[in-house]
Design a protein around this ligand. Structure first.
Ligand SMILES: Cc1cc2nc3c(=O)[nH]c(=O)nc-3n(C[C@H](O)[C@H](O)[C@H](O)COP(=O)(O)OP(=O)(O)OC[C@H]3O[C@@H](n4cnc5c(N)ncnc54)[C@H](O)[C@@H]3O)c2cc1C
Length: 413
């Protein structure tokens, strides 16, 4: 049996591709090696934070990280490895940390962030999937005087629709748990947040009910090609033929390597601590502690802290030392309170060196489409990426005929 479209990997990117393709009338089969109940797309912070967002590789990242390392507050952990790919990634990361690249990336973030927010709104208000979508802005908090002053220089004008600079009273109103060590805060009003696990389960159910075929607990281990086309992909026991294949396997690149495709992305491990806290201390909206790279997201019943960027590790284990380090850094800026019913989690961001995803058709096998590399912003941009991939396939376009691929794909940067 030959299928229409087979998607390998049901993280948020795979599901958003499935959703957009299904909406455009295509027959979709989604294969995942697990049950789609716990991947990177589940335990993350759930920020939709495309607006006024500086990419990871901004000018000054290296010196700022070194300073934080000296203070013992650095979110970055580097495990030396013999894998040359990581050093190539690091080289490209440092190269990307320049003013021109940052401006271009921030412009792209705004464009694809808006497309994504519109799709999320459609999912909530028209399709009826509930995933605690809150469009209340993201509070950017500064714990270092110099980074706050640098930021204020960039926001030395008034745009009430976009941002608000908070005074001490407003900071306390939004962050009742905070102590007085915070140097300043800016609310970036266009950002939003969601419950990522609820989104994943809601979308999965909606797609299953709509007739999208899910084949779960099925790991794809091989790819067969013939005459510049992918013929089939196979698990240990079954071969799946299709007209088009989408690879959305998150940080895992081993399938692409079978085609000699070297995708420059690296797993960047992060952690989350989900806990309950006194209601009156909960933050009013999602909050990014800029200098610490810690995010705190208020949720329906609890709160989630996420942090750390561990490079050179594939180990899924939750390392207690890192959890303690997140708590220690956070508690420095909070009044004492008890974190109750803690749930610990770790996951891997599929990180490209310049925060631009790897999306589009394979150069050799044109019926293979990549939807990878959304890094630390997969919840933020997956709806727009799903739509772009869907348009590319439905309109039967080559990469060069699709403006969004040319603009927003790392294959063209
Ligand atoms: C700590 C942390 C906080 C984050 N916070 C945010 C945030 O606030 N906002 C935001 O926008 N993003 C955030 N992210 C990033 C976001 O979570 C990721 O970008 C996103 O989840 C990646 O989705 P994905 O679909 O590419 O990968 P995944 O969610 O990893 O899904 C890939 C799927 O592919 C399957 N798979 C892999 N290989 C195979 C195979 N061979 N056969 C079959 N199936 C396979 C896996 O089982 C998995 O289900 C955060 C990430 C972390 C770690």
């Amino acid at each position: 049996m030959k299928r229409d479209i087979v998607i390998i990997g049901g993280g948020v990117v795979g599901l958003m591709c499935a959703y957009n393709l299904f909406k455009q009338g295509r027959q979709v089969t989604l294969i995942d090696e697990h049950t789609i109940e716990d991947s990177t797309s589940f335990g993350n912070a759930g920020l939709l934070s495309a607006f006024d967002k500086t990419p990871l590789s901004y000018p000054g990242i290296v010196t700022n990280t070194l300073k934080l390392m000296i203070k013992g507050q650095s979110p970055v952990i580097f495990h030396p490895t013999l894998d040359l790919k990581l050093y190539k990634w690091l080289y490209q990361f440092v190269q990307s940390a320049n003013e021109t690249r940052t401006k271009k990336t921030m412009m792209l973030f705004e464009k694809y962030g808006q497309i994504s927010i519109d799709i999320y709104k459609d999912l909530v208000y028209n399709v009826g999937i509930d995933f605690d979508f809150h469009h209340k802005g993201m509070l950017s908090v500064f714990t270092q005087k110099n980074t706050y002053e640098d930021k204020l220089e960039k926001y030395n004008y008034i745009d009430e629709n976009r941002f608000e600079i908070f005074n001490k009273e407003k900071i306390k109103e939004y962050l009742p748990f905070s102590n007085n060590k915070i140097k300043g805060a800016i609310l970036f009003k266009k950002n939003a947040h969601i419950d990522p696990g609820k989104l994943m389960l809601g979308l999965k159910k909606y797609l299953q009910d709509s007739g999208v075929e899910f084949i779960l607990n099925e790991k794809i281990v091989d790819i067969k090609y013939d005459n510049k086309k992918i013929k089939s992909v196979s698990s240990k026991n079954t071969e799946y033929k299709a007209d088009t294949f989408i690879m959305s396997t998150g940080y895992k690149t081993s399938l692409a390597r079978k085609l000699n495709k070297n995708l420059i992305l690296t797993p960047a491990k992060g952690y989350s601590i989900t806990f309950s806290m006194p209601k009156e201390l909960k933050p009013k909206t999602s909050t990014l502690f800029n200098d610490l790279f810690i995010v705190m997201t208020p949720r329906f019943n609890d709160v989630r802290l996420t942090s750390k960027l561990e490079l050179g590790s594939n180990n899924k284990e939750v390392v207690k030392k890192q959890i303690e380090s997140i708590k220690k850094n956070f508690k420095e800026y909070s009044i004492p309170f008890e974190m109750k019913n803690e749930k610990l989690w770790s996951g891997f961001r599929p990180l490209t060196p310049n925060d631009i995803p790897l999306i589009g058709r394979d150069e050799t096998y044109s019926n293979l489409v990549y939807a990878m590399g959304l890094g630390w912003l997969g919840m933020t941009f997956s709806p727009a990426v799903g739509k772009t991939i869907s348009d590319l396939i439905v309109k039967n376009q080559s990469n060069s005929k699709n403006d969004d691929i040319l603009l927003f794909s790392g294959f063209y940067q």
